[in-house]
Each structure stands twice: as C-alpha cells, then as structure tokens.
Write a protein that binds this ligand. Structure first.
Ligand code: NDP
Ligand code: CA
Length: 326
C-alpha cells in the first residue's frame, strides 16, 4: 500500500499572456540507481523503496505530473534503457552526457555511468546545436560534465540556450566547484554569442549586441553562500535564480532542495538551481516545495518520493516578443 504523492501547487508570480505561452522547465537530480542502492547510505530509507522496477515509475510520474517542456536531470544511469525510450514515446527529444569516471561504475551490477540528461518537447522546439562539456578546473579536466542545447521555438522563432550540469559533491571541494562554475560560465558566454554563420539569423532576432537568452539548470552541490553561487549571480550573463521568487522578499533561496539522513547525520540543504537571463525571461510561476510534514521524519528518498533531491519546476516566458514571426 503506497503512500500518496507529495502534493505541490504552483505559485503564480505573474499573469502570462496567451500570445506568449510560458516554457515549463524542470530541474531534478533523480538519484542514480547504483548510488542509491550501493553508495549513498540513506539509513532511514528502506532498500525496498529504492527497487528500480517500481522507483522508475515514481520518477516518470513526477515528470508526467508537471509535463515540462524542458527536463534537466542529473544522476541518470538508466538513460538508454528507460528515460530515452519512454520520454521519446511521449514527444521528447534528448541528449545524454555520461560522467567520464562515474562512481556508479564501482557498484556491483551497475547499469553503466551516470550523467546529465536534457529532454525537450520536439513539438515545441527545434534543436539547433548541442555541446557536451567536460568541465575543467584550473586547466585540469574534472569528472563533471554539462550539456548545452541551443533551441528554437517552432511557433515564434525565438532562439535560446539551455544548460544542465552537476558539479562536484561534498565539503572541502568549494574551490573546485567555483572553478568548474567559471569554466561553465566562460563556455556559456561563447556559446550564447556564437561566431557561427548558421546562427547569425537567429542572433538578429534577439536583441542586437546581446547574446542568446539562457537557462542553466543544475545540482551545484553548493549552498547559496558559496563562491560558485556568487559567481553565477555576478556573471556578465545577467543570471538570477528562479526559486528566489518563492520567498517573501523575492531575494532568498528556499530553505532546502535536498533532505536526507546518512550515517554522518541529517542534511537539509539548498543545492539545486534554475538560473535564467533576467533581461530575457520572466518567471510566471514556481512549483512550491513540500513542507517538512509532507516529507516525513525519515526524509528522502522514501516510498513517497524517489530521490533525495526535490524537483524544481518553473514557468518562464520571454520578456519581449521576437522582432519578426516566422
Ligand atoms: P562526487 O564527489 O561529485 O560525488 C559523486 C556522487 O556521490 C554524487 O552523485 C553525489 O550526490 C554523491 N554523494 C555526495 N555525498 C555523498 C556521501 N556523503 N556519500 C555517498 N555519496 C555521496 O564524485 P566524483 O564524480 O568526483 O567521483 C568521485 C568518485 O568516483 C570516487 O568516490 C570514486 O568512487 C569514483 N571514481 C571512479 C573511477 C572509475 O574508474 N570508476 C575513477 C575515479 C573515481 P549529490 O550530487 O546528490 O550530492
Ligand atoms: Ca546523489
């Protein structure tokens, strides 16, 4: 007898116009199956709650409940056998970038490396370019990756970039995360203002002298005070974090996006973000986070919820109409 799903409502922050329909974006670290069963040590989560044959449906149910136009996932170790085929049958085109030395590979009976995956509605968007990045830090290659996709809205012709990443975990690695963030930001700067003649036309449609509008979704493994977070806030790309819109003052991140209990203790932290170009997008709605009572005393993952990270979902609309409709 399964407990009910966690009920979450969208908080409307703005009235959207029917001429400018919002893009719904999901950011979610879904918890790699191999890590959840073999490495994480979630001491208050029964192993049966992690059984893949059932857990995969909870992950898919979460995605299908909100039906995002863009889905950015981390810790995907069942791309080829589950998410790619199932989501393709539901109208999503996708890309997967495995971590070069995934810790999943250390787990007995693993299903291959985990990595980042990006899905988008094929009906709504046309793919113009995909970049797979292996993040460097101070000139050295690291084990972390990112995907950057350049998409064109089929209805309006508007072109934008969306990135998904998963930065290095654990305390003690703050400067590595910061360097990975700088590397990603630098690459995003060049990708959003490409010297690519094929994209010239697309660029003309956006503001002259400005790069393409940008969304960056990720498990940054960094709380809001950390250097990598401050780098994203202060970057020349003009980014802000969408979930600040849930707070009363509009300037504060939520109290947690991940809540779990390991042998080392309980961890209730904000690590996941949806960054957006503030000059190019409006935040129309944000999906509430479940409260402590809904999450329950054993925290996450659980029979209620399949990952130790909560999904972030928001509706973003372009702040100006394109100069020319196609
Ligand atoms: P990270 O430190 O970034 O963490 C990897 C995963 O571990 C993340 O998904 C993270 O989840 C999770 N994690 C975070 N904290 C804990 C914790 N306290 N206990 C258990 N899991 C946790 O790893 P790297 O990508 O840098 O890889 C390092 C690991 O890779 C090594 O531990 C080693 O096992 C393995 N490795 C494998 C190689 C191979 O050839 N197979 C070669 C080199 C290393 P979250 O992001 O949700 O916090
Ligand atoms: Ca994890």
């Amino acid at each position: 007898n399964r407990p009910p799903r966690l009920h979450r409502d969208f908080i409307r922050t703005r009235t959207s116009s029917p001429q400018n329909p919002a893009i719904r974006v999901m950011q979610w670290n879904i918890l790699a199956q191999a890590l959840g069963e073999g490495k994480d040590g979630f001491v208050r989560c029964p192993l049966e709650a992690l059984n893949w044959a059932e857990r995969k449906y909870l992950i898919l149910e979460e995605i299908l409940t909100y039906r995002p136009d863009i889905v950015c996932l981390q810790e995907v170790d069942h791309y080829f056998d589950t998410f790619q085929p199932v989501l393709a049958s539901l109208g999503y085109q996708s890309s997967f970038c495995p971590k070069p030395c995934s810790p999943c590979l250390d787990v007995h009976n693993n299903n291959g490396p985990d990595g980042c995956a990006l899905f988008f509605s094929r009906e709504r968007f046309q793919l113009l370019a995909t970049n797979h990045l292996r993040l460097s830090a101070m000139m050295l290659k690291t084990n972390q990756v990112a995907i950057v996709a350049t998409l064109r809205c089929r209805a309006t012709g508007q072109v934008f970039c969306v990135a998904v990443t998963h930065l290095k975990a654990r305390s003690g690695w703050e400067s590595l995360r910061s360097a990975q963030g700088s590397y990603l930001l630098q690459n995003l700067c060049s990708i959003t203002s490409p010297p690519n003649p094929e994209l010239e036309e697309a660029r003309e449609e956006s503001e002259v002298g400005e790069g393409l509008p940008l969304l960056v979704c990720g498990d940054f493994n960094a709380e809001p005070g950390e250097e990598v977070y401050r780098r994203f806030e202060a970057s020349p790309l003009g980014l802000d974090s969408a979930y600040k819109h849930l707070s009363a003052d509009g300037r504060t991140e939520p109290p947690y996006t991940s809540w779990k209990i390991r042998p080392s203790g309980e961890s209730c932290v904000t690590l996941d973000y949806i960054w957006y170009s503030t000059r190019r997008f409006n935040v129309d709605a944000v999906l509430q986070l479940p409260n402590e009572e809904q999450i329950g005393p054993d925290r996450l993952p659980s029979y209620h919820y399949p990952s130790d990270h909560l999904s972030l979902v928001c509706d973003l609309s372009f702040s100006h109409q394109p100069h020319r409709l196609q």
